[in-house]
Each structure stands twice: as structure tokens, then as C-alpha cells.
Unconditional design. Structure first.
Lengths: 316, 232
């Protein structure tokens, strides 16, 4: 039933049981992971009069999906892929199966390999570099922390424990989502789909609550976005393939090197030093800096404005 | 903000941690006044933390901080995105995170009080968040409210009927309220208060104290048996 989905899935994952049911659980707004209290900028947009009804909302959602949505989808897919690789090869270059006495990251040097937390910190730094607004960073980390708290009880796994230890203040939401997706049995495409879906359903629900919009009208808007959601998930996965320069149509002219913020320089070094035909595990992650990095200045500004609004209902 | 500690992922493990007391009830019934009163009377003898769930703003947290009943840093506010009952019942992640943040920063604690946002009669705390809960009504909603029932009124470990000082003004009959509450509560306790007149909520504080002592006692035994290392 999924043949028509295409080839966005990573190799080597076809033999796994499909994670369709897990995807439903993960993307369900009833997942008890704190998402209900975030509006993704919609509350501030409502306050400013940017969203007043279904037409504005539709534009807001489309824009959000094309920018923040695609970026989080790609990060979630990358996290899911990393989690799957780590679970498949616990003693591989990402480190052994972990134990409580695991030493902290030996240093900032790239390629230390021994510490399974290290690649998670790197991937989390990629998410950080793509999140310009401090308010959004905080909101993303809070959501990531809450999701991880929940996922570790629902789908316990070494990978989730490792991620929690790697970023104790809370990994960015898409990173936690991708890792949780892998633990739940999803593949990267499904992780990307969950991220893209959540990136629009959260704000849509918030707008229904804040403006009293007709919920059926708003769900119609979401249904209209279905093709765009598929595209976003595909594009997110296309950008994962390390030995292919990401140049799919969805990313034309949109690829932005992730090395724009602090802490990312080392990734550029890794990228430059990792030939496409290197060991698979070594190559994995070398493409992270080239994951989509679309900015959405309006969303950044909304997040910052929201932080300063003393009369808010949502966390973000 | 880092509340995620390696060993805290199973929040359901009660060993050695503080008793978590939920305080719920309709808007304006006196929940914050009760939290303040409990801080006043229990603060000197217990290590406390408070989490508030405001509908708008962080009004309740600010009120409590200004009231000077507790070190302001021990009061955390959770935002509930239009759905106060969701945050205490269906999706308790943010509240658990706040509770554990307090325990991590100031622990060990004896008691963490979680005040819900004002809500309707059906709003109760998840057992995953609160070990025990108090439901606060006031007389000004009319003396029929206990008869209307709802899980808050019927199931809460303690039902508090507040603002008894207003009873004569609104024509509320306290005997009727007492009788109706008893009829639906299956022997669970009901206390009448006027927090305007008794700013330390004597009777409620006594009930909470015995709860905390029982909790500690039970945990001390459990703890010795299961985990001989340091307390959480
Ligand atoms: N007359 C009288 N007023 C009271 C009493 N207890 C509280 N109040 C007043 O009732 C109002 C609401 O009290 P709060 O403690 O803020 O009520 P709350 O349940 O926390 O309200 P929300 O959090 O907004 O749902 C305040 O103005 C209090 O001063 C009481 O026993 N008698
Ligand atoms: Mg209050």
C-alpha cells in the first residue's frame, strides 16, 4: 500500500517492520509530550493581526511548512537515520552500547568516535545553527526535552538514553522527534513526515482555539496541504543521502550551508574530509551541514515578539 | 531549564521523592489563596516547592512570589495553551518537568504543590502527576454545586468548600453543601474554610501534614528495602 510513496527511504531499512502505526501515535496531537501548549508563532501572529481567518492561516501554514517545516523534517529524518544506525551497530564508530559510566565527550575535536553522545551533539548543533531566534531555540529545546521524557517511557531504548545524556538541557525538538521515531519503529521518511505534519497542525489548532475558527474549515486547509507534506518529507529524505549532492527540485536554490553559526565549523571540516566513498558509517553525518537551512525571518520575529507578550496563553 | 536528569526518566517511581499534591477547582474559588496559606503554615517545617498553571500570564506565580510566603525561586509557572485541564490530566509532561526541575534544584523536598488553572467541575489531576489532590469549591457558586458532582467533587482526596464568610451574603446553606458532598464522596473528607479569615488554613494544613508524614514513612520503608544508596 505504500509503493506509491516513492523512494525517500534510506537503504537497509526496508527489511524492518513498517512503522505506520507508530507514526500515527507519534504525530497524534494526543501524544502526551507538551505539544499542546505551543502555537508555533500563531498566537503572536493572531495578536498582531497577521492571522485573522482561514485565508491568512492557510498562507501562514504554507509558509511555515516550506521553511521551518522542511528544516525540521530534514533534521528529524537525519536523527532517525542516526538512531537507526546506532541501534544497528552499537559497537560501530558511533560507540559501544552505552553504560552508566560513559565518559563525557572527550573534547571538541571531530571524529572521536568512542562516545555515542558525540554525533548527537553534532546533529543538535546543526539544529541550533538553523534556529536563529533565541526564543525559538528555547521553545524547541523545551519541546524536545518533554518529548524525550515521554518517548523514553513509551519506547525505551539505549539511543534515547544516549540522546538525553548528550544534551541534558534538552535536544532540539526535531532531533528528539527523529530519535523517538526510530525507537518507535519508524524510518526516516516517517520521521520527516511526522515533523512536517506537526509543524502545521500545532499552529492550526492554536488558531482554532484563539480565533474560534470553524474547525472543519481549518482541517480542510490541512488536507489541502497533504501534497506539500509529502513533498517536504521526500525532500527531507533526499537531503540525507551523503554521496549525492542534494539537488532535488524541492531544494533548488534553497540549500544553505549550515555552517553559519557557532559550533558548526567542525562539521564543515568533517564534510570536506569525508569522501563519498568512505566507510558508510564515516560518511554518515558528513552531509548534515548541507541539510536544508531555510530561514523564516517572520517566524523568528514572531517568536521573539511572543516572548515579550505578557498576556499569552501558549509557551511559544 | 535543564530538568532532564539521567535517572529521572521514569517519573512514576515514587521512591524517596516529595509528595505531589494537586490543588484544582473552578476559577476564583481560592486555590491560590489556599496555596499561600499552606506555604505560610507548612513552610517553617517542610521543604516546599510550588508549580502554578495559569490560564493567562503568570498571575498566580507572581501573586505567590509577591506574597512572600515562599522563596520566589521555588515557584515555577507552567503555560497551558488555552487548555488548563489538558496540562494536568491528558498531557502532564510540562508539569512533570517543572516538578522535577524544582526537586533537582532544591531537593530533597517534602511537598510539591501543583495548582491547576481554574477550570470546570470535570477537571482532575492525573495520577501520573499528583499523588493526592484537593478540589476547592467556594460557596458563591451556590449550595447546589456539590450535588452536581463531577470527578473533582466526588473523587478528590479532600474537598474544600471555601469562602464560608460569604455564605450569608449569597444565601448558601452550608449544611446542605455538607450533606450533599458527603452523599457523593463515599466517606472522603470535606473541610469548610474562610481563607479570608484564616490565612493559614489550619484544618487543611493539618490534613496535608498527616499526608506528608504518612508518605514519608511509607517511602522510608520502601526505600530501605529497594535502594540502599542515597535518596533521590
Ligand atoms: N471572601 C472571601 N474571598 C476569598 C476567600 N478566599 C479567597 N478569596 C478571594 O477570592 C479571589 C480569588 O482567589 P484565588 O485564590 O485567586 O482563586 P483561584 O482559585 O486561585 O483563582 P484562579 O487561579 O484564577 O482560578 C481573590 O480575590 C481572593 O482574595 C475567602 O475565604 N473569602
Ligand atoms: Mg489561582
Amino acid at each position: 500500500m505504500r509503493q506509491d510513496i516513492g523512494d525517500g527511504r534510506g537503504d537497509g531499512m526496508r527489511d524492518k517492520p513498517t512503522g505506520d502505526a507508530a507514526l500515527l501515535l507519534l504525530a497524534d496531537s494526543r501524544l502526551p509530550a507538551g505539544g499542546h501548549a505551543h502555537s508555533g508563532g500563531a498566537e503572536e501572529a493572531v495578536r498582531l493581526g497577521t492571522i485573522t481567518g482561514p485565508e491568512d492561516l492557510a498562507r501562514f501554514l504554507r509558509g511555515r511548512l516550506a521553511t521551518a517545516g522542511l528544516v525540521t523534517a530534514a533534521l528529524a529524518a537525519a536523527a532517525c537515520e542516526l538512531a537507526t544506525a546506532t541501534a544497528d551497530h552499537p559497537a560501530g564508530p558511533y560507540g559501544q552500547a552505552d553504560g552508566d559510566g560513559n565518559p563525557p565527550d572527550a573534547g571538541t575535536g571531530a571524529g572521536t568516535g568512542a562516545d555515542p553522545a558525540h554525533p548527537w551533539r553534532r546533529l543538535d548543533a546543526e539544529a541550533d545553527a538553523r534556529t536563529a531566534s533565541p526564543a525559538q531555540r528555547e521553545a524547541s529545546r523545551v519541546q524536545g526535552r518533554l518529548l524525550l521524557r515521554t518517548a523514553r517511557r513509551i519506547w525505551p531504548s539505549t539511543v534515547l538514553d544516549t540522546l538525553a545524556r548528550a544534551v541534558p538541557e534538552g535536544a532540539h525538538h526535531p532531533i528528539a522527534l527523529g530519535a523517538a521515531a526510530a525507537s518507535a519503529g519508524c524510518d526516516p521518511y516517517q520521521a520527516a513526515m511526522a515533523a512536517a505534519y506537526i509543524s502545521v497542525t500545532g499552529p492550526a489548532t492554536a488558531a482554532v482555539r484563539l480565533l474560534g475558527l470553524d474547525p472543519v474549515t481549518v482541517h480542510r486547509l490541512l488536507a489541502d496541504l497533504a501534497p506539500a507534506l509529502n513533498d517536504a518529507a521526500h525532500a527531507a529524505c533526499a537531503s540525507l543521502i551523503d554521496d549525492v549532492v542534494p539537488n532535488g527540485p524541492a531544494q533548488n536554490g534553497a540549500i544553505q550551508n549550515g555552517a553559519t553559526h557557532d559550533g558548526i565549523a567542525q562539521n564543515s571540516a568533517i564534510q570536506n574530509g569525508a569522501p563519498a566513498n568512505g566507510a558508510a558509517a564515516k560518511a554518515r553525518g558528513s552531509g548534515w551541514p548541507a541539510l536544508p537551512g531555510h530561514t523564516a525571518p517572520a517566524l523568528d520575529l514572531l517568536a521573539e515578539g511572543h516572548l515579550n507578550n505578557p498576556m499569552k496563553l501558549f509557551v511559544s | 531549564m535543564g530538568a532532564q536528569h539521567d535517572d529521572l526518566h521514569d517519573a512514576a517511581d515514587p521512591h524517596g521523592r516529595a509528595l505531589r499534591l494537586g490543588i484544582g477547582g473552578p476559577v476564583g474559588s481560592g486555590k491560590t489563596a489556599l496555596v499561600a496559606a499552606l506555604c505560610r503554615s507548612l513552610g517553617p517545617s517542610m521543604r516546599l516547592g510550588v508549580v502554578t498553571n495559569d490560564i493567562y500570564t503568570t498571575e498566580d506565580a507572581e501573586f505567590l512570589r509577591r506574597a512572600g510566603v515562599l522563596d520566589p525561586e521555588r515557584i515555577l509557572a507552567v503555560q497551558t495553551g488555552c487548555c488548563p485541564h489538558t496540562a494536568i490530566r491528558d498531557d502532564i509532561a510540562a508539569n512533570l518537568d517543572a516538578v522535577e526541575t524544582l526537586e533537582e534544584r532544591f531537593g530533597p523536598l517534602d511537598l510539591v504543590i501543583v495548582e491547576s488553572g481554574g477550570d470546570n467541575l470535570t477537571a482532575t489531576f492525573s495520577r501520573g502527576l499528583a499523588d493526592r489532590q484537593i478540589f476547592v469549591l467556594d460557596v458563591s457558586g451556590g449550595d447546589k454545586v456539590p450535588r452536581k458532582g463531577g470527578p473533582g467533587v466526588t473523587m478528590a482526596d479532600l474537598l474544600v468548600v471555601n469562602k464560608t464568610d460569604l455564605a450569608p451574603l449569597v444565601g448558601a446553606d452550608l449544611t446542605v453543601m455538607s450533606r450533599d458532598a458527603a452523599a457523593v464522596r463515599d466517606g472522603r473528607p470535606v473541610l469548610f474554610t474562610s481563607l479570608r479569615e484564616d490565612r493559614s488554613a489550619h484544618s487543611v494544613a493539618e490534613w496535608v501534614t498527616s499526608l506528608v508524614n504518612t508518605w514519608k514513612h511509607a517511602n522510608a520503608h520502601d526505600h530501605e528495602r529497594t535502594t540502599p544508596t542515597t535518596a533521590a
